[in-house]
Write a protein that binds this ligand. Structure first.
Ligand SMILES: [Mn+2]
Length: 250
């Protein structure tokens, strides 16, 4: 059985050479895998599928090469790359998924999502989420010239850096009641998500039956490793992907 991989929260950006190199190395490493699920926040920012600079083209080409090796590619939106569209999916040879989806992998039903929709205690964030997922708001945003969208994304990034909103202590954790609800509603036994930057496996009991919540890790330049997930004949588990090597010059 060819393995299936899950990653999230890479927050890819041109000024993160080590994370970028680590991502490209992983894509190379998993060539020929059954599938790769990217569960949101692949990019630190995505301003529209028409933003095809050298950096983005390199990322898209890597995905395309993976798809061409026979690996199915699936993307879930995060709270930073909510503007990933059909043009992106087509360029990669992959497919955009709805914000939550039950898949059959490693012999079990797994509910996959970014996970930000479970952080319901953060009202300010939930309001932003509702706005940024609104098709009319997205359309208005995408109607701005690319230059202007890049400026807006730059402002978001500066704000994010200023309040260090990528740090786990600054990201609200998921609400237990919502975790239980989505597991019940989906009929899945495992919930797999990212977003919180708190990689771990949490055993749960839902409706009197054993269940679990698996959380993927974020990728950070200083850390040089990230928690991903892999599913094969032995089941679904978290794994650590290391990318210690410094990025090649240039
Ligand atoms: Mn996120």
């Amino acid at each position: 059985m060819r393995p299936t991989y899950f990653i999230s929260d890479l927050h890819l950006a041109p000024d993160l050479p080590r994370v970028t190199a680590g991502f490209l190395a992983l894509i190379e490493h998993i060539r020929g895998a059954s599938a790769l699920y990217v569960l949101g926040d692949l990019f630190e920012a995505w301003v529209g599928d028409d933003h095809r600079d050298e950096y983005n083209n390199r990322i898209l080409a890597a995905f395309r090469a993976l798809a061409d090796s026979g690996t199915r590619l699936y993307f879930v939106h995060g709270n930073r790359d909510f503007l990933l569209g059909q043009g992106f999916a087509e360029a990669t040879g992959g497919q955009l998924l709805p914000e939550s989806q039950v898949i059959e992998v490693g012999g079990e039903k797994v509910l996959v999502m970014h996970g930000d929709q479970l952080c319901t205690s953060d009202e300010k964030f939930m309001a932003f989420r509702a706005q940024s997922r609104d098709p009319a708001w997205q359309q208005a945003m995408l109607a701005n010239p690319l230059e202007q969208r890049l400026m807006i994304a730059g402002m978001w990034r500066m704000q994010s850096k200023a309040n260090q909103s990528n740090k786990p202590e600054n990201i609200m954790d998921v609400a237990a009641a919502d975790v239980e609800r989505v597991l019940r509603e989906s009929g899945a036994t495992t919930l797999l998500h990212g977003h919180t930057h708190r990689p771990q496996v949490h055993p749960l009991t839902v409706g009197g039956l054993p269940a679990r919540r698996m959380v993927l890790g974020d990728w950070r330049e200083e850390a040089g490793e990230a928690v991903i997930a892999c599913a094969d004949a032995d089941g679904l588990r978290l794994e650590t992907w290391t990318f210690q090597e410094p990025a090649p010059a240039g």
